[in-house]
Design a binder for this molecule. Structure first.
Ligand code: ADP
Ligand code: MG
Length: 282
């Protein structure tokens, strides 16, 4: 059974007066994510990707269809249930500072979701240490402020914050789009590594087909609020049937798509053979 099932989801943003009419950003969108799986969501800016992510997080106005998580409809739930769900469904945005307060130390930012859930101090310390270890940051990062870190390290901290509650699904909305290419590659590897070690599922949103290609088991292509093509990541990103996906493929800055597609397979094979080592530097 799927962890997350989105069926015929329609999202209409209400208008504001006659100048700004209501706008339907998603039209009967269906998509599912299985436990431990990465589903890539790709499409150009304005196609509705973030709206789908926000709807899953309870942050967009659902006007039709359903969203079910673990067999339960979550499209229309109370604030209390939404807070409970946040333990299971987390988010990483493009800008890590959106989840980190500039005036709080990394330790305080990571402790906050645990404190809200009344996790004991000693257990919270353990979870924070584990989360920092998962993202390959030293334990003494807890005493420092976000501004003391580079962009890539800040995104690692944001990922650690998403991980402290041990979620089963993370909505990743353009999580590497603000990073330079070398840092992007490292952070993408980190996402793969975290999934390998925790079994977390990702809805991985990006406008960049070459990013989605290396991250995903399956890919859905969105255009003008509709999914125009979906299927196995390798098939969709190397021999798309939809003309729009072909356009995206031509725009993706990748010399050798087949080599990129093999990267994920190679990565998984190497993980299966070599147990995780502390010394691994990324
Ligand atoms: P993407 O993430 O693919 O760039 P978005 O989901 O952010 O796309 O936006 C999809 C469409 O919905 C865009 O046309 C955008 O202008 C519109 N939109 C997004 N948020 C709102 C909002 N709060 N109110 C009205 N329209 C919005
Ligand atoms: Mg977006």
């Amino acid at each position: 059974m799927s962890l997350l099932t989105v069926s015929d989801l329609t999202v209409t943003y209400p208008g504001r007066g006659w100048r700004k009419p209501a706008f339907t950003a998603l039209h009967e969108v269906s998509l599912d994510v299985r436990a431990g799986e990465t589903v890539g969501l790709v499409g150009e800016s304005g196609s509705g990707k973030s709206t789908l992510g926000r709807a899953i997080l309870g942050l967009a106005p659902v006007s039709g269809g359903s969203i079910s998580y673990d067999g339960r409809d979550i499209a229309h739930v109370s604030q209390r249930v939404r807070r409970e769900l946040a333990r299971d469904i987390q988010v990483v945005f493009q800008d890590p500072l959106s989840s980190l307060s500039p005036s709080l130390t990394v330790g305080e930012s990571l402790a906050e979701p645990l404190r809200v859930r009344r996790v004991s101090r000693s257990e919270a310390d353990d979870r924070i240490r584990e989360a920092l270890d998962l993202v390959h940051l030293p334990a003494d990062a807890v005493r420092r402020l976000p501004r003391e870190f580079s962009g890539g390290q800040r995104q690692r901290i944001a990922i650690a914050r998403a991980l402290v509650l041990e979620p089963r699904l993370i909505v990743c909305d353009e999580p590497v789009s603000a990073l330079d290419l070398t840092t992007q590659a490292r952070v993408l590897d980190l996402f793969l590594d975290v999934q390998e070690r925790t079994g977390v599922a990702y809805l991985f949103i990006s406008h960049d087909l070459s990013v989605v290609r290396v991250m995903s088991h399956r890919v859905a292509v969105m255009r003008h609020g509709r999914i125009v093509e979906a299927g196995d990541a390798h098939a969709v990103t190397t021999s798309p049937t939809n003309p729009y996906t072909r356009q995206l493929l031509l725009a993706a800055p990748v010399a050798d798509p087949a080599a990129q597609a093999r990267r994920r397979a190679d990565y998984e094979a190497s993980r299966a053979m070599a147990p995780y080592s502390q010394e691994t530097t990324r």
